[in-house]
Design a protein around this ligand. Structure first.
Ligand SMILES: Cc1cc2nc3c(=O)[nH]c(=O)nc-3n(C[C@H](O)[C@H](O)[C@H](O)COP(=O)(O)OP(=O)(O)OC[C@H]3O[C@@H](n4cnc5c(N)ncnc54)[C@H](O)[C@@H]3O)c2cc1C
Length: 943
């Protein structure tokens, strides 16, 4: 069986390609198979709606798409008489023209089969052509797909294990059929037509500039031919549809010559000369949809879920929107950041939209095929899909309109309101606060800010005080970094010099467009925009619980590198190392990582480099990680991106005590304001109380129990137990500062500086967690006592809970159960350690015997299971410790001054300090984390 991949997409039409692209952007690993040996050569959806153009914009594909397409101010059908009687064509506009506006800057329809421009290469993925899905099986936590392809005239089968499978395999979807989803609706044989793409030679009426958009030759009762341009005008390529009484479809579609002959017979326009035929086929309109887009871990999207008449040009556009709706949800669930139930909303949101789309396109179809053709192509503005909405969806919340009922899923905004579930409008002329670097844009727009990989929190302070913004930003910091982007929007330049360090961006809405488009007056408001550009929530009073319910994200309580290794390929928030230096990381760090995380899959540096996406992509992803702003003028330390996406970091001056930065010019002005916060920080030092940590840790039965079970499994106690009562073994638990938290610490420091008022407790804190539990075969009976003797002699080493007698060489526990010696060591410092001896409880033996998975209960994810093992135990304990909000475990202490200095020195890579060893250790650990973070990036590419 092939190694597993997050998502297998079946079918490389517009649905599959756009889904693959969105998922890769979100950092998931993707394989996409296509049964054709070559891409479909013809048009599959010429008209790109304004909403699809917006999606292309968010995906970063718009410039390429526009380069290859052209737009109509108002799509127009030119009716010609047939046969031609010399009268001029009539012009029927498809829609009434609408001018672009600041909230909808891409209001015009473009034409192009642009999905072909979706290149997956830069993410190391490519469509596996000539590969067909044969069958699949769905299980609670994965799916198994069977594919077949021909290699050197041999049929090669492959079995692929996947987390999720998506059928984007078109109207005849095997995925849909195998899922047993009913395809409700019917076929319309009476409207069967021949369709295809053909070149028209220069010089005829069709290639004239004003006429070229559409040619239509018919009246109501006779055969009809419709021609519409595709691709760029210079190609003179047209898609044709030919139908009507008396046409022998099989014969006409058999050759180019037959087609051209019939064209001339119908139109009498022999002045129109044809070039090459690209493709042609007989097509029967089908109007059908499924009532559920998913079952378990398998989904259908695009034509696999709904087919319709081409009238209205909604098919490809709706398909891409299916993909865009599904991608971010799959990504969040796959990364463990949202409960699986989030995926239910894919069907819940798309079914009403598609049902409405079917109604609308069928109405046009009936007019076109059964009534007057001249009205059949005339369509309302809603076909631009800017009014498509998810009001009434279970994952949408709107505190302004608590009774936010579902409206026509195609017509949001017609009531003059903007609500949860609506498309988030654009707003240009947002001026960044501070002086951006010369080459950096001072002005931006919401559409520049929205990203398909994260939620965007638009914070409108209204007339409230800083406290609202500060609280909101703090709340947002609860979320895994990178999942929510915070943008504070002031209605006018604030008089006080504000610097919301926790915000990702602070702007002034210079023309008041954002405030107008989102209907904000003086009341403070937070609007959460989903990664697919829809309003997920409108909050008047921002509370974390609301956010959790609405966007279904969970705070990073159970985060650990191991978990990320498996689940995530997002650009990490870790302070990474430049990619070129990965190769320099000594192999023993990898080996240690393997031991520590029990994984045989940790890649070697060369494997990472091999799978690394191109440098531009990495640079793009790493940029936000390295970006800092001058505390004085807010200039970014990142030089502007060059054409190939490269950037450089400018050298800002750093405060020697805190991680505050300023560019040289600002340093003088800025430092006096900065000093008081530095001083306050120094006062906050307090010594680490390992003793208290151990005592409290030990008092928590849950943690103690998990350690015991861990020990039983790791030492194979269940096998040895019968023959060797009184077995002893040792675990050494390192408690340390988690380097992955450095960014969080940095933010804490900033918070202290900016917000630390009179009543604020000194904020910088150390967060301690169990970094590793080392077990070693060296811990034999002899080493056990040697270790213990050494400890007794070691200055500062302490033991608790045991008497001298209990640890002597003849030790047998009172109840005959195995005895464990646990060392709690503070950051590798044996002198600063505690030793605990305990006998394993019968209960722990019982749990270990059953090897039941951990059952975790999260208020957000609900109940879920994690297999028992060393890794999950560490993860579990870390989770409990991090979850401890009341300092019950005592694992959160104000940091010692030395800790702060160590972090700072590590930040400067300065090992020439009195704490050189600690700094080096931190650097090594930081690098290790960077390895994981780099690995995430490479997860997405099948080899
Ligand atoms: C003549 C015509 C004109 C149209 N014009 C428009 C328009 O102007 N605007 C618009 O929005 N829409 C238009 N559409 C509709 C649009 O083409 C479809 O809605 C769109 O192509 C659907 O995309 P898809 O990726 O879901 O399916 P498809 O494009 O059908 O792609 C599915 C892919 O899956 C592959 N596949 C199938 N089974 C398997 C398997 N077992 N294993 C591997 N691969 C498999 C197929 O080979 C195919 O490449 C038009 C359709 C037609 C026929």
């Amino acid at each position: 069986m092939s190694t597993s991949v997050n998502v297998l997409i079946v079918g490389a039409g517009p649905t599959g390609l756009s889904l693959a692209y969105s998922l890769l952007l979100n950092g998931l690993s993707v394989r996409i198979i296509e049964k054709r040996v070559e891409f479909h050569s013809g048009e599959r959806g010429a008209g790109i709606t304004p909403r699809t153009l917006e999606i292309y914009k968010f995906l970063g594909l718009l410039p390429d798409v526009l380069k290859e397409s052209f737009s109509f101010p108002s799509r127009t059908v030119y009716y010609h008489t047939a046969p031609d009687d010399g009268s001029p064509p009539k012009f029927i506009p498809l829609t009434d023209p609408v001018a672009d506006s600041p909230d909808r800057p891409l209001g015009k329809t473009a034409t192009n089969s642009s999905f072909e421009l979706i290149s997956l290469k830069e993410y190391g993925c490519s469509v596996e052509l000539g590969t067909e899905l044969q069958s699949f099986e769905e299980f609670p936590d994965h799916a198994i797909a069977k594919t077949i392809k021909t290699v050197d005239s041999e049929q090669v089968e492959e079995t692929i294990k996947v987390d999720w499978l998506v059928g984007a395999d078109g109207g005849r979807s095997i995925v849909r059929k195998q899922l047993g989803l009913e395809f409700v609706g019917k076929s319309h044989a009476e409207a069967e037509m021949i369709t295809g793409d053909i070149h028209v030679k220069e010089g005829s009426i069709l290639t004239q500039d004003q006429i070229r958009f559409w040619g239509y030759f018919s009246d109501d009762k006779k055969p009809a031919i419709m021609m519409r341009p595709c691709g760029v005008p210079e190609q003179n390529l047209f898609q044709f549809m030919l139908r009507g009484p008396g046409i022998d479809n099989a014969k006409v579609s058999s050759s180019r010559e037959e087609l051209v002959k019939v064209f001339y017979e119908i139109t009498g326009r022999e002045d129109i000369a044809f070039g090459d035929l690209v493709w042609m086929g007989v097509w029967t309109p089908n109007i059908r949809m499924v009532d559920n887009f998913a079952k378990g871990r398998v989904f259908v999207a695009g034509d696999a879920a709904h087919v319709h008449s081409p009238t209205g040009g909604q098919g490809m556009n709706s398909s891409i929107q299916d993909s865009f709706n599904l991608a971010w949800k799959l990504a969040l669930v796959q990364k463990g950041l949202s409960p699986q139930s989030l995926l239910d909303s894919y069907s819940q949101e798309r079914v009403p939209v598609i049902a409405t789309m079917l109604e609308k396109t069928t109405e046009l179809f009936n007019k076109e095929f059964r009534g007057s053709q001249q009205t059949g192509f005339r369509r309302g503005q809603e076909f631009g899909q800017l009014g498509v909405n998810y009001r009434g969806s279970p994952i949408i919340l709107d505190e302004r309109y608590p009774d936010n009922q579902m409206v026509d899923p195609y017509r949001a905004g017609e009531d003059g309101t903007v609500r949860g579930g609506d498309r988030a409008p654009d707003a240009p002329a947002l001026v960044r606060l501070g002086k951006p670097a010369a080459a950096q844009q001072t002005s931006t727009s919401l559409f520049e800010i929205f990203k398909p990989m994260q939620h965007t929190a638009l914070i409108f302070p209204g007339s409230t005080t800083d406290a609202f913004v500060t609280e909101t930003l703090k709340t947002l910091c609860e979320y895994s970094s990178g999942t929510v982007r915070s943008v504070v929007l002031f209605s006018k330049s604030p008089s006080a010099k504000l610097s919301f360090d926790l915000a990702d961006m602070t702007v002034v809405d210079s023309q008041g467009l954002a405030y107008t488009h989102y209907a904000i007056d003086k009341v403070a408001m937070v609007i959460i925009v989903r990664p697919d550009g829809y309003i997920g929530a409108v909050h008047q009073l921002f509370r974390v619980s609301c956010l959790i319910n609405v966007i279904a994200l969970r705070p990073p309580l159970l985060f650990s590198p191991r978990q990320n290794l498996e689940m995530s390929s997002v650009p990490s928030t870790y302070p990474g190392v430049p990619i070129s230096s990965l190769a320099e990381i000594p192999p023993d760090i990898f080996r240690r990582a393997q031991i520590q995380w029990g994984s045989s899959q940790v890649p070697t540096p060369s494997e990472i480099l091999e799978k690394m996406p191109p440098k531009e992509v990495l640079m793009k992803n790493l940029r936000p990680i390295f970006e800092r702003h001058c505390e004085g003028c807010w200039q970014s330390n990142i030089s502007s991106a060059s054409d190939n996406g490269e950037w450089e970091r400018l050298n800002f001056k750093k405060c020697s005590r805190t991680p505050s930065t300023a560019q040289e010019d600002c340093q003088k002005d800025h430092w006096p304001n900065h000093k008081p916060s530095c001083k306050k920080m120094e006062k906050s030092s307090s010594s680490l109380k390992l003793e208290r940590i151990v005592q409290l840790f030990w008092a928590i039965r849950l943690l103690r129990g998990s350690l015991e079970v861990y020990a039983i499994i790791v030492y194979g106690i269940l096998n040895l137990y019968k023959s060797q009562k009184g077995l002893r073994f040792a675990l050494r638990i390192d408690i340390g500062l988690e380097p992955a938290e450095i960014t969080t610490f940095m933010k804490m420091f900033h918070e202290q500086k900016t917000y630390g008022g009179k009543n604020t407790e000194p904020r910088p804190q150390g967060m301690f967690q169990i970094n590793s539990i080392t077990h070693s075969d060296e811990y034999t009976k002899e080493s056990f006592s040697r270790l213990e003797r050494a400890r007794r002699g070691a200055p500062g080493a302490k033991r608790i809970t045991v008497s001298e007698k209990e640890v002597n060489d003849d030790l047998t526990s009172k109840n005959g159960l195995p005895v464990v010696l646990l060392e709690f060591v503070w950051r590798g410092d044996v002198a600063n350690s505690w030793t605990v001896v305990t006998s394993v409880s019968e209960e722990a033996m019982e749990v270990a015997r059953k090897r039941e998975p951990y059952t975790k209960i999260s208020q957000i994810r609900g109940t879920f299971h994690v297999p028992f093992g060393p890794d999950s135990t560490i993860e579990f304990m870390n989770g409990v410790i991090r979850n401890d909000k009341k300092d019950m475990l005592g694992l959160r202490f104000p940091m010692r001054r030395t800790d702060i200095e160590i972090i700072r020195a590590a930040g400067r890579k300065d090992t020439d300090t009195e704490n050189a060893d600690a700094v080096k250790a931190l650097l090594v650990k930081t690098k290790r984390d960077a390895i994981y973070s780099s690995f995430y990036v490479s997860v997405g590419k099948p080899s």
